[in-house]
Write a new protein. Structure first.
Length: 378
C-alpha cells in the first residue's frame, strides 16, 4: 500500500488534505486577474497549495502554469536562469512550435542553446556564465510571457530572496515589467514573512499594494484528524484516535511535521499493530535523533546571543514581549537590545517566524523539529 502521508514531491489529489477555502480563494482571485502574495510558516504547505491550484480545471485548462523556487539564488543572473529553465521545462511537452516561440524570444541567449538530433528540438544547456546581460534576458522572458498564445501564471516561491541580490533596484525593475503585463499573473510566495510584508505593505516599496494577500495557517484539528484516520482505514491499518490527536497536538497542526510523524509511523511500525500514543512518541524520538547532527551544526553557526535567544523562544513555544525586562530576566539574557538584534538575525536566517496578534509579534522557532530538539538538549 502506498504511503498516504506524502512529505516530498507533488501530492496526488486523493492524498491532499483540505485547503478548500484557500483553493477557492486563489482560483477566484487569479480568475479576476489579480496577483497573489502567499505567506506561511515554512513547511505549512504553500508549495503544495500552489500546485493544487494549478491542477484545478479552470486554471489547468486555460493557463500555462510555471513554478520556481528561488531560495537558492543569490543574484539576478541566477533568478533569470531559474525562470528561463522553468519556462523551457513546461513548454517542452507542448510541442515544437510553442517551444520555438520561446527560444526565439530569448535572443540574448540564442547562441548558447544546444540541439538534440533525436527529438529534433533545442536543448536547454545554458550555464550561469552564459547570461551576460540579465536585465536584457529578463526583459525577453517577460516579453515572451506577454505574447504567449495562452495566459500565464508564474509562481515564484521564496520571493523575498530578491531583496538580498547585490544588483541595484531589482524590485523596481521587476515591478516595472510586471505592471505592464496583461497576459501573465504572478503568485509571490514565501516563508520569510517580515521581509515579504515589508515588500508588499510599505508605501516606499515598488511592490506596495500590488497583490491580494493570503496567509496560510494550520488545517483545523477535526478536519486533519478525520483525514488521517481515513487514510489509515483505507490502507487497512489501525491507529487510535488518541494517537492521531497527539500527532496533531505535538505540532499545533503544522502540516509537514504532523505528516512526517504519521508517514514514519505508517512506514516503520508493524502493519498488524494498532498504532497508539507510545508509538507516536517513539517515532518522534527517532526523527529527532536522526536530525540531531544537522541541528547541532545549525546551533554551532550562531553566536552566543543568537543561540541563547533561540533557546529561550524554543522553551516558550510562542514568545511575545521578547524585549521586555521580564522576558530577559526569565531566560537570563544579556539585554533587550541584544535580544532585538539577535531576533533580527534569526529571522533573516529563517530560524524564527512570527504571527501578529493584537499588534504584538508572537515569535516561534520556524522548524518544529528543531524546537523540540532544542528543548530536549538545553
Amino acid at each position: 500500500m502506498e504511503n498516504p502521508f506524502y512529505i516530498t514531491g507533488i501530492i496526488p489529489e486523493p492524498y491532499f488534505c483540505d485547503r478548500e477555502k484557500e483553493t477557492v480563494w486563489m482560483v477566484r482571485t487569479l480568475g479576476n486577474k489579480a496577483h497573489v502574495m502567499l505567506t506561511s510558516p515554512r513547511r505549512m504547505g504553500k508549495t503544495q497549495l500552489i500546485r493544487h491550484v494549478f491542477e484545478q480545471p479552470s486554471i489547468k485548462d486555460n493557463y500555462y502554469t510555471f513554478y520556481t523556487d528561488i531560495y537558492p539564488t543569490t543574484s539576478l543572473h541566477e533568478f533569470v536562469l531559474f525562470l528561463s529553465k522553468e519556462i523551457y521545462a513546461v513548454l517542452v511537452p507542448k510541442g515544437k512550435a510553442v517551444l520555438d516561440k520561446f527560444l526565439a524570444a530569448l535572443r540574448s541567449l540564442a547562441g548558447s542553446f544546444g540541439y538534440d538530433p533525436v527529438s529534433n528540438t533545442p536543448t536547454f544547456n545554458i550555464k550561469l556564465g552564459d547570461i551576460h546581460s540579465p536585465e536584457l534576458t529578463l526583459e525577453e522572458i517577460f516579453s515572451y510571457l506577454e505574447q504567449a498564445d495562452k495566459p500565464c501564471i508564474f509562481a515564484i516561491d521564496e520571493f523575498q530572496q530578491i531583496a538580498n541580490y547585490p544588483e541595484k533596484n531589482v524590485e523596481a525593475t521587476l515591478r516595472t515589467h510586471i505592471q505592464k503585463m496583461n497576459n501573465c499573473l504572478f503568485i509571490y510566495a514565501g516563508s520569510n514573512r517580515h521581509i515579504l510584508e515589508s515588500m508588499f505593505n510599505s508605501a516606499a516599496k515598488p511592490f506596495y499594494n500590488s497583490a491580494e494577500q493570503i496567509y496560510l495557517d494550520s488545517i483545523s484539528k477535526d478536519v486533519y484528524i478525520g483525514f488521517a484516520e481515513e487514510q489509515f482505514a483505507k490502507a487497512n491499518r489501525r491507529i487510535t484516535h488518541e494517537a492521531t490527536t497527539l500527532a496533531y497536538d505535538l505540532f499545533n497542526g503544522h502540516t509537514y511535521y504532523v505528516h512526517n510523524v504519521l508517514h514514519n509511523a505508517f512506514a516503520y511500525i508493524d502493519p498488524n499493530k494498532v498504532i497508539d500514543e507510545i508509538d507516536i512518541d517513539k517515532t518522534l524520538s527517532d526523527i529527532l535523533e536522526e536530525k540531531g547532527h544537522s541541528f547541532a551544526s545549525v546551533m554551532n553557526q550562531l553566536n552566543y546571543q543568537q543561540k541563547e535567544t533561540l533557546i529561550a523562544i524554543a522553551k516558550e513555544g510562542k514568545a511575545s514581549g521578547v524585549t521586555s525586562v521580564a522576558f530577559v530576566k526569565k531566560h537570563a539574557l544579556k539585554s533587550p537590545s541584544s535580544v532585538q538584534y539577535a531576533i533580527s538575525t534569526l529571522l533573516d536566517k529563517q530560524l524564527l517566524t512570527y504571527l501578529n496578534k493584537e499588534r504584538t509579534k508572537v515569535y516561534s522557532v520556524a522548524d518544529k523539529f528543531l524546537e523540540m530538539w532544542i528543548c530536549k538538549m538545553y
